[in-house]
Design a protein around this ligand. Structure first.
Ligand code: SIN
Length: 279
């Protein structure tokens, strides 16, 4: 897949006290990381995907195409307000934050490229039947946090969950099935992929801190990134994949992640053999 190193070059780790957690340290090329950051900012928060932006605070044009309006905004204070207000977008089956239940009628298309990316990691780890069906992209300005929770809304709680980190570094706490168990802290850095599988799939986790550890990545792309052209080019938006190598195209994305983190969280919703959610 363009933008992802060969699985034989991945550095993968398991956590001794948390069976089922797998961390693959940045298996992406620089161009690959830029591609997913641009997708998360420019494309995924667009209608018909759902975003957190409140209708009393933002008009329809912002809520339906946040990045475009942010790019057009010339007022410094308004730019900052719009930028920091974006906290999540959902697609595929939409996660309902209030009921914590998915509904058959509440879904938008799951993007082909992200589906291919997840299937690549899933099949390499032996989860050949994994179906990416719901995604939450979380946007974290430096200083923001995510409190402790478990991900248990999915009828299918045995399929693994795939989590991709981009931009600034998170301190990620992984605990146990109850709040009694002591959590372990790990750094999730730009490009890291974390898989919550098996026993850890339903464990408590939290993001208590985002740390500004990365300098703006505006340096020219390396030969490794030129090699990306040899892969299955139909799996990504090739126009965007090329454009992120252009310094002026990449600049606004680079500015965004200079003080923010992005997390893509992908789950399978349906149980094996089910074609849709029950009533
Ligand atoms: C989540 O648990 O929904 C997000 C975790 C993360 O940001 O790494």
């Amino acid at each position: 897949m363009p933008g992802v190193k060969s699985p034989s070059d991945w550095r993968s780790y398991a956590l001794t006290h948390h069976p089922g957690i797998i961390i693959i340290r940045n298996p992406f090329t620089e161009r690959g990381r830029r591609y997913w950051i641009a997708r998360c900012l420019r494309d995924y928060p667009r209608t018909p995907n759902i975003v957190n932006l409140n209708e009393r605070l933002f008009d329809d044009s912002v809520r339906s195409d946040w990045w475009k309006q942010l790019s057009l905004c010339r007022d410094r204070a308004e730019f900052q307000r719009m930028k920091s207000a974006m906290r999540w977008t959902t697609f595929g089956y939409h996660h309902n934050w209030d009921t914590k239940h998915y509904e058959e009628r509440m879904q938008s298309q799951f993007p082909e490229d992200l589906g291919s990316l997840c299937r690549l990691f899933a099949s390499t780890l032996g989860y050949c039947d994994f179906k990416p069906e719901a995604a939450i992209v979380n946007y974290y300005p430096v200083g923001s946090t995510l409190s402790g929770h478990t991900d248990h809304s999915e009828p299918n709680q045995t399929a693994p969950l795939f989590s991709f980190s981009f931009g600034q570094t998170a301190i990620f706490l992984i605990g146990g099935r109850t709040l009694e168990e002591k959590p372990t802290a790990v750094y999730l850095q730009c490009g890291d992929v974390m898989i919550m599988s098996g026993e850890s799939r339903l464990c408590y986790h939290a993001v208590p801190r985002i740390m500004k550890t990365r300098r703006p990545g505006n340096s020219p792309l390396t030969n490794e990134d030129a090699d990306d052209a040899d892969h299955d080019t139909h799996l990504v938006d090739m126009g965007l994949f090329q454009n992120v190598g252009d310094a002026s195209f990449w600049e606004p994305f680079s500015n965004y992640i200079d003080d923010s983190r992005i997390n893509i969280n992908v789950r399978q919703v349906l149980n094996i053999g089910d074609l849709k959610l029950g009533p």
